[in-house]
Design a protein around this ligand. Structure first.
Ligand code: UGA
Length: 437
């Protein structure tokens, strides 16, 4: 199929490369010239395992092209909208400037029979509004949210755990020709996943939009739930990791996303729960998701708690103390620092007068641009003479650190494990004061 992907950020670049891998003829379009130049040479503008290989393969075979000119999307039949929907600068709702701009720019190039497919995470009601603009051209709209996780983005796109199609439905929806042609086109796009019997939900626009935000809201709630339990466990002298293991054995609860620690960050969960709350309030149902404000508050308290633990462990002041910060990305296998709890904690400790030396396998370059006031270095630079070690992203190299080897390098043998990811017994028996979350 001839496919265009409008927006080549995180989602769009992965989607374009994955579609080419699936055998489609793909053009990726973005207004960012530097990004398009890099992608056109098969270079990934961000760290994502597996993506560079797909880009090179697609670009070299000619099935994957990139352009800054949206007119180049005109030959495509399917047009994916994969632009960002960040948090508004002046509020908590989603900023739809890029989505609206992408649709406006695409409009003159649409032809009858085309299918525009929304992938961006949007407030419920957006698809209905966009459909009214798109349908007069003879093209149709579908909403097909994505559920990819950074670090697993290629796998999640090529072999998703479910597909959701939101399509225009009439009251007797089953007989609606628009619905069946949109579904048929999407089935062709995702032929491999369909052949592999990936669960498919065909629904209306509003449900498809809500599925995405509901899924992220649930995941955020799960994390904040276990972090709330961690707050109680701390004062009660209980162990939240054992608690998570024990409740996780109940298949109805499940152990995944029950890792207590410094909390969630990234470009999705934090802004999505805020945008969902803002949209629910607009719809007059703010009380239905009022708990998401608590989810957000619990999450942000975790960062405060890590800072407090570090300061307390240093005897009440971090001033002029050397703090080794291990991890800056919002999660391992990513160089993404958007709303990263790790970077936030590093900046706050620096603000308290600590000499922070921060390290990360992939996220130093991004962190330096955002916070040039911090000192960055290798793991060895960070640990050398440190008064305290703070682990904030659970990269496998930090989990594998040997406490005995590190003991001779640091000044103070204190470790704050902001992700509860270290082997507590090993660190304690090597003489460290271990402080978990
Ligand atoms: C999230 C969702 O998991 C994806 O399904 C969704 O498609 C994506 O957002 C999106 O909307 O695009 P992602 O932001 O890549 O994916 O990251 P997650 O793996 O969900 O992790 C989010 C944050 O939660 C990270 O900071 C992570 O460290 C934290 N987390 C996760 C915990 O603190 N504890 C856990 O048990 C799990």
């Amino acid at each position: 199929m001839k496919i265009s992907v409008i927006g080549c950020g995180y989602l769009g670049a992965v989607h374009a490369a994955s579609m080419a891998q699936l055998g489609h003829d793909v053009i990726g379009v973005d207004v960012d010239k530097a990004k398009i130049e890099a992608l056109a040479q098969g270079k990934a503008p961000f760290f994502e395992p597996g993506l560079p290989e797909l880009l090179i393969e697609g670009v070299e075979s000619g099935s994957l092209r990139f352009s800054t000119d949206i007119a180049d999307a005109r030959d495509a039949v399917i047009h994916f909208i994969a632009v960002g929907t960040p948090q508004q600068k002046s509020g908590t709702g989603a900023d739809l400037t890029y989505v609206n701009g992408a649709v406006d720019a695409l409009l003159p190039h649409l032809k009858a029979g085309d299918l525009v497919v929304g992938k961006s995470t949007v407030p419920v009601g957006t698809a209905e509004r966009l459909a009214a603009i798109i349908e007069p051209t003879g093209a149709q709209l579908a909403w097909n949210p994505e559920f990819l996780r950074e670090g697993f983005a290629v796998k999640d796109t090529i072999a998703p755990d479910r597909l959701v199609y939101g399509v225009r439905q009439t009251s007797e929806s089953s007989g609606n020709p628009d619905e069946s042609s949109a579904v048929a086109l999407l089935n062709e796009v995702y032929a491999q996943a369909i052949a592999n019997e990936t669960p498919l939900v065909v629904t209306d626009f509003a449900t498809a939009e809500l599925v995405k935000v509901a899924a992220n809201a649930f995941l955020a709630t799960k994390i904040s739930f276990i972090n709330a339990m961690a707050e109680i466990a701390e004062v009660a002298g209980a162990d939240v990791t054992e608690l998570a293991d024990a409740i996780g054995y109940d298949a109805r609860i499940g152990r995944k996303f029950l890792n207590a620690g410094v909390g969630f960050g990234g470009g999705c969960l934090p802004k999505d729960i805020r945008a969902f709350t803002a949209r629910a309030e607009e719809l007059g149902r703010g009380e239905s998701v009022a708990f998401l404000k608590e989810v957000d508050a619990i999450n942000l308290r975790r960062r405060d708690r890590v800072v407090e633990l570090v300061v307390d462990a240093l005897g009440g002041s971090a001033y002029r103390k050397k703090v080794a910060v291990l991890g800056l990305a919002f999660k391992p296998d990513s160089d993404d620092i958007r709303d990263s709890p790790a970077l936030d904690v590093a900046v706050r400790l620096h603000g308290l007068g600590a000499h922070v030396v921060a390290t990360d396998p992939e996220a130093i370059a991004n962190s330096r641009i955002r916070h040039p006031q911090l000192t960055f270095g290798s793991t060895a630079d960070a640990l050398e003479g440190a008064d305290i070690v703070v682990v904030l992203t659970e990269w496998k190299e930090y989990r594998a650190l040997k406490p005995v080897e590190q003991a001779s390098v640091v000044q103070g043998q204190i470790v704050v494990d902001g992700r509860n990811c270290l082997d507590v017994a090993a660190w304690r028996s090597a003489g460290w004061r271990y402080i978990g979350l």
